[in-house]
Design a protein around this ligand. Structure first.
Ligand code: COS
Length: 386
């Protein structure tokens, strides 16, 4: 077993760290305060090659391995989870689905534009009435002479207001359940595609989150990923990548909590000495370090399996479950270390706590991850309808 990163991976990590320190951190607080989806910063991220890190170079990506991708996402996640969400959605949910399921023509058409940031993409799986039970989605795809027409609605869609292309999952034949689902590549630039910004979120204020109404949305006959009936598998395989990315971003939050807590506790003096010298403060920091390291190693294991092309759904769920729960704990504890100073946005820990809350919800709740792991270990499927 080799825990050393390669020289190239070390370089990728340090340049992502520099980029985050230089470009991301200073804008994160203002963007959150102003609820500003920072397209200029997204362009800089694209220029770094971070929107298509795992996409082969022949399709305009950086052609990196999953471990390197995880290192980039960790660093950006340390800086700003709203920006990290852009990378996760664009790279893992949209690009990886096109890469795995798209025809050669679709790959050549979409991937270069997505990797360069010329286009943003979104992933339209969740609906107002279907979240964890993704297969029960109701958006309907009806065949026409010239392709397909989609009607329905989507909910909690990151980048739904800015995306040029949307992966829309729709039911072609309700009798077939999950085997009737298909994934369509939808041009959002048409009247029937109506996104609406979701306001008053607890966190991720600098992230674009939309509710989307689909009213007679037209799709060409060749704008489907895979075949009719492949939709559920397209979604699940994309989530294998998306959950990895969320987990890596949460390792970044954990790491940020450690660094901020160490810095603050060394500077803050109470009872005539830095609070870092108190055992109870050190215990909190030690537990943060423990959870950070464990999460990172689980992410690296999942990345290792992905790079080897081996099955990794369970290991990815383990990494996602552990890292998101750990990041939530670390953010809460980091505020405890900061005391009152952590309750306002002068320090990033306040934003960490608000932004991390969604990570145990989106891309599969912690409960769903536990049931995926439980099913793999017991062989018993808890999802069978009663
Ligand atoms: N990759 C490819 N195919 C997969 C897969 C994966 N990771 N996981 C499952 N599949 C396939 C299965 O092989 C099966 O294929 P067949 O139809 O040929 O038998 C099919 O998909 C159905 O799989 P499964 O039986 O696991 O489906 P379930 O209905 O039991 O899945 C869960 C239930 C809860 C696992 C699923 O609905 C889920 O992950 N829900 C959470 C959704 C989510 O994360 N939403 C958040 C979106 S925010 S972007």
């Amino acid at each position: 077993m080799d825990f050393d990163l390669t020289d190239e991976q070390e370089l990728i990590r340090s340049s992502a760290r520099d980029f985050t320190d230089r470009e991301v951190i200073e804008r994160a607080r203002e963007n959150a305060r102003n609820h500003h989806f920072d397209l200029e910063l997204v362009r800089k991220v694209a220029k770094q090659g971070y929107l298509g890190a795992i996409v082969p170079q022949e399709y305009g990506g950086a052609g990196l391995d999953y471990i390197s991708y995880g290192l980039i996402v960790e660093e950006i996640g340390r800086g700003d989870s709203a920006l990290r969400t852009v990378i996760s959605v664009q790279t893992s949910l949209v690009c990886s689905a096109i890469l795995k399921w798209g025809s050669e023509e679709q790959k050549r058409h979409y991937l270069p534009k997505l990797c360069s940031g010329e286009w943003l993409g979104c992933f339209g799986l969740t609906e107002p009435e279907s979240g964890s039970d993704a297969a029960s989605l109701r958006t309907r795809a009806t065949r026409t002479d010239s392709g397909w027409v989609l009607n329905g609605s989507k909910m909690w869609i990151s980048m739904g207001n800015h995306a040029k292309v949307a992966l829309i999952f729709a039911q072609t034949d309700p009798e077939k359940g999950h085997r009737g689902l298909a994934c369509f590549l939808v041009d959002t630039d048409q009247d029937g595609f109506q996104p609406q910004e979701i306001e008053h979120k607890m966190g991720l204020h600098a992230s674009d989150t939309a509710a989307i109404s689909l009213d007679e949305v037209k799709v060409g006959p060749d704008e489907m990923l895979g075949q009719i009936g492949d939709g559920f598998k397209v979604a699940m395989s994309a989530l294998d990548s998306g959950r990895y990315s969320v987990a890596a971003g949460c390792v970044g939050i954990c790491q940020g909590c450690v660094e901020e807590s160490v810095r603050y506790s060394q500077e803050r003096v109470q009872f005539g000495r830095p609070i870092a010298s108190f055992q109870l403060i050190q215990a909190m920091i030690a537990d943060m370090v423990l959870k950070t390291d464990a999460s990172r190693l689980l992410v690296w294991r999942a990345g290792f399996l992905k790079d080897k092309g081996r099955p990794n759904t369970t290991e990815t769920s383990i990494a996602k479950l552990h890292a998101t729960e750990a990041a939530q704990w670390c953010a809460n504890t980091a505020i405890q270390v900061h005391g009152g100073a952590g309750y306002v946005d002068d320090h990033p820990v306040e934003r960490y706590l608000r932004d991390v809350r969604v990570t145990t919800l989106y891309e599969g709740t912690s409960q769903i991850q536990r049931l995926i792991i439980g099913r793999a270990k017991t062989g018993i499927n808890a999802f069978v309808p009663q």
